[in-house]
Design a protein around this ligand. Structure first.
Ligand code: ATP
Length: 372
């Protein structure tokens, strides 16, 4: 890809008032990921993952098949299951596949496995410089939540901050974690956020920080955001201290539009926002970089419900829809979103996390039946 993902055509979708933040093409310089023999069939690495991963990613794949988009899936193991099978949570064949396809649909991976890896999810994002994590958070008709009409895009920097993983013991009983913030990464994610806002007709970017305490690191993040904001006079720019922002998010979420956050605040605020719209079972996600993208839900392996067949598949199915947007099948993505909305609105076939009795498979079948 010759241009950043932000510039690479995150397209507006004019379907009523809802924009999905689409990425129109795999590449803009004509170098698409490898194609299978059937001309035009994109090759995508499929990582079922750990915990509820195989259940919900399986649901997403079924729905993509049902909507009629052909994808040549290159299925790869990663995480705990790969560690057991190949002795590494990140086997070489997985990395080779990702290098070749440059795009993946990925289930959550167990973070506590594998010597030398703090988190395999974080490792993969960093390895492929997938610097922008985008998480659309929206209330859905039929899902009981304290507020209606929540529509927030969380944009999280993915490559640095405390996630750089630099920690050491200074002396027994004293440890140090190093927070890395660079002008390069801060400017890059700020530009992504503003570009996203402009392309998707959003009106406000709010940078969230703790620069009153972390004057150097968060101070630099803010300075970069302010500099970028000057290039986007058509979009309002605000700043909020993270603790105050959390309070306002749960009292008046409508005052937010696009959130711009460093890595750690982005992680925490994403879950908070998920709580606003019914829980982690609803929020899809995508990691974009200069050279590719990995699509994954906000939720993790959910070990407490793994293997029970009751995980809510909506987050994964909507993540699959984001993948379709990226591959240039935006109308198929829209049909999937409409089908999910119809099932939730009807409220008859929904999983226990929102008070239903349906299994993951039941709900997936209902979404497929609702496809038009
Ligand atoms: P990990 O260590 O992989 O992040 P976790 O349990 O700490 O796992 P999540 O997997 O994000 O974090 O789960 C947090 C809570 O949300 C759990 O109670 C889980 O059951 C619930 N949850 C997550 N995903 C879903 C889902 N798809 N459907 C229903 N509940 C879910």
């Amino acid at each position: 890809m010759a241009r950043t993902a932000a510039k690479a055509g995150i397209k507006a979708a004019h379907h009523g008032k809802v924009n999905h933040g689409k990425v129109g093409k795999v590449n803009n310089d004509g170098r698409r990921g490898p194609r299978s023999k059937a001309e035009g069939t994109p090759r995508v690495t499929l990582i079922p993952g750990d915990g509820v991963g195989p259940e919900v990613i399986g649901a997403a794949v079924k729905v993509i098949e049902a909507v009629g988009v052909k994808i040549d899936w290159d299925q790869q193991l990663a995480g705990a299951i790969a560690l057991r099978r190949f002795g590494s949570p990140v086997p070489d064949q997985l990395i080779d596949s990702l290098k070749s396809t440059k795009v993946a649909l990925k289930g959550p991976l167990e973070t506590r496995v594998g010597e030398g890896y703090r988190s395999i999810n974080v490792y993969l994002r960093k390895l492929f410089e997938l610097y922008a994590n985008v998480r659309p958070v929206r209330t859905q008709a039929g899902v009981h939540t304290p507020f209606s009409g929540v529509d927030i895009i969380v944009i999280r920097e993915n490559t640095e901050d405390l996630y750089a993983g630099i920690e050491h013991q200074v002396a027994p009983g004293v440890v140090e974690s190093v927070k890395i913030i660079t002008a390069r990464a801060s400017t890059r994610i700020a530009r992504f956020a503003f570009e996203y806002a402009r392309t998707n007709h959003r009106h406000l970017v709010t940078a969230i920080h703790k620069a009153n305490i972390m004057k150097l690191s968060d101070g630099l993040f803010l300075k970069c955001a302010q500099r970028v904001a000057r290039d986007y006079r058509d979009i309002e720019y605000q700043e909020q201290i993270v603790d105050a922002a959390c309070m306002r998010l749960v009292t008046d979420p409508h005052m937010f539009d696009v959130l711009l956050l460093e890595n750690l605040y982005g992680d925490i605020v994403s879950d908070l926002c998920a709580g606003l719209v019914g829980g982690l079972g609803f929020v899809p996600g995508a990691n974009y970089g200069k050279h590719g993208a990995i699509f994954e839900t906000v939720h993790g392996t959910a070990p407490d419900i793994a293997g029970k067949g009751i995980a809510n598949p909506v987050a994964a199915i909507k993540t699959g829809a984001l993948l379709l947007d990226y591959l240039g099948h935006g109308s198929a993505g829209d049909r999937i979103r409409a089908a999910v909305n119809a099932v939730l609105r009807a409220g008859r076939v929904v999983t226990p996390d929102i008070g239903g009795k349906a299994t993951t498979a039941d709900m997936t079948a209902a979404v497929i039946r609702a496809l038009k």
